[in-house]
Design a protein around this ligand. Structure first.
Ligand SMILES: *Cc1c(COP(=O)(O)O)cnc(C)c1O
Length: 426
């Protein structure tokens, strides 16, 4: 078969099963086109995308401004490596540093690479600035974290499926309960070798766990007290997803300050990925001020593709879309509406216990055993009704549509979700 022949869904799935490693269990739907909040399968059926590629497509599928920037740059100069300078990287670094309020940016490609980079920066800072003895640094992480899939990152995961038989694991991590300030303070107090605290502002993969409103600000204050770097993994929560530019807010550029009822927290190290490119291209970054970032010197770290001209052009366009189309404000407004509409349904529902989240990063908790198939079956029924979502960790379904959604589209989605859930009432 020629590679350009149009496959049926089943043919496409069969090919992946035969020739692809089985490292995922996708919902059975084969997509071939996307535009804004919509995707189409190979048979031409249209769906609302309610996952947004795990919040990479915040700006909507195939945003014309991002696609144009990518196309133009790809046909001008695509890759130089960092052996030479290129005329896009510095422009992008200045743009992003001013956008988020940091002195410097280190460009990478995937989220996991950016997390790895942040861990390396933190360790180097520990030895060269804080003065911890070599090889003694510890980094505090949270239970049920998700930070990616490299050997070091899975070393401090508690997902047994992601960990088992991938050892030996990287040492130097201490795990504490999420959203527990006492556990954090006890650990920092009793261990002078702690260099950093790596945390997700909302635990996305774990099931959209939103910590107490003052958790991040107080955790940051504890880090300051004990001279420990506060490292925010905003790969999923960043770039307007939770109704603010960043879930920690940072140098928030939204005009509507009502969106920011919680204190702003400036991380010492900020990790971005996913929507930094609007889903068009793998682009990730670590941002920090000079006092931290200057520990990195030539030869210490790098990536052939990190900071390439296409990535730079795409990321600038993607951030401009977030600002110009006021996506943080839209996510804030639609998120409030989404939770209040679902809460009306939940009042009388036996199948859903709870909706939680912030902005347009939300989840519903299904009233069934954790190991039941109900959430998966609900996602299949949602698919049949024209909306794509995926269970996360057992009986939880994450809802994260592109942030370019209109109120009318959101209400249409709410009615699809409610209609579908009603089919599962006991
Ligand atoms: C997705 C994600 C990552 C990993 O990003 P990849 O691009 O898949 O490597 C890291 N941290 C968080 C919080 C994420 O959601």
């Amino acid at each position: 078969m020629a590679i350009l022949d149009q496959l049926t869904s089943q043919e496409a799935i069969d090919l992946e099963n035969k020739y692809g490693a089985h490292n995922y269990h996708p919902l059975p739907v084969v997509l071939s086109k996307g535009e804004g909040v919509y995707v189409w399968d190979v048979e031409g059926k249209k769906y609302y995308d309610f996952l947004s590629a795990y919040s990479a497509v915040n700006q909507g599928h195939c945003h014309p401004k991002i696609v144009n920037a990518m196309h133009e740059q790809a046909s001008t100069l695509a890759l130089t490596s960092r052996a030479f300078h290129n005329d896009m990287l510095g422009k992008y670094e200045k743009f992003a540093c001013e956008f988020f309020g940091f002195d410097k940016l280190l460009p990478m490609n995937t989220g996991a690479e950016a997390v790895e980079t942040a861990l390396k920066i933190c360790r180097k800072w520990a030895y060269e600035v804080k003065g911890i003895d070599e090889n003694e640094a510890e980094i505090v992480v949270c239970e049920n974290n998700f930070h990616g899939r490299t050997t070091t990152i899975i070393s401090f995961s508690n997902d047994s499926v992601a960990r088992k038989n991938f050892g030996p694991y990287t040492a130097g991590f201490i795990k504490i309960e999420y959203d527990n300030l006492e556990a954090l303070e006890n650990t920092l107090k009793s261990n002078p070798n702690v260099a950093g605290f790596l945390v997700e502002p909302i635990q996305g993969e774990a099931g959209v766990y939103v910590p107490a409103p003052d958790y991040l600000a107080k955790a940051k204050a504890l880090c300051e007290k004990y001279n420990v770097l506060f490292i925010a993994d905003e790969v999923q929560t960043g770039i307007a997803r939770t109704g603010r530019l960043l879930a920690t807010c940072g140098n928030c550029s939204c005009e509507d300050k009502n969106c920011s009822k919680e204190p702003e927290v400036k991380p010492d190290v900020l990790i971005l990925g996913k929507a930094l490119s609007g889903g068009a291209y793998p682009v990730s970054a670590v941002l920090a001020d000079d006092a931290v970032m200057n520990v990195i010197r030539p030869g210490n770290h790098g990536s052939t593709f990190g900071g390439n001209p296409v990535a730079a052009a795409v990321a600038m366009a993607a951030l401009e879309v977030v600002r110009d189309e006021k996506l943080a404000e839209n996510a804030f407004k639609l998120g409030e509406l989404f939770r209040s509409e679902l809460n009306k349904f939940i009042e009388t529902s036996t199948i859903v216990n709870l909706v939680r989240g912030k902005g347009l990063l939300n989840a519903i908790v299904i009233n069934d055993r954790e190991d039941s198939e109900t959430a998966w079956n609900i996602c299949l029924a949602l698919r049949d009704n024209g909306l794509l979502a995926k269970p996360t960790h057992g009986n939880i379904i994450r809802f994260a549509p592109p942030l370019v959604m209109t109120e009318e589209q959101l209400m249409d989605c709410v009615s699809i979700i409610v209609k579908t859930l009603k089919q599962f009432e006991k």
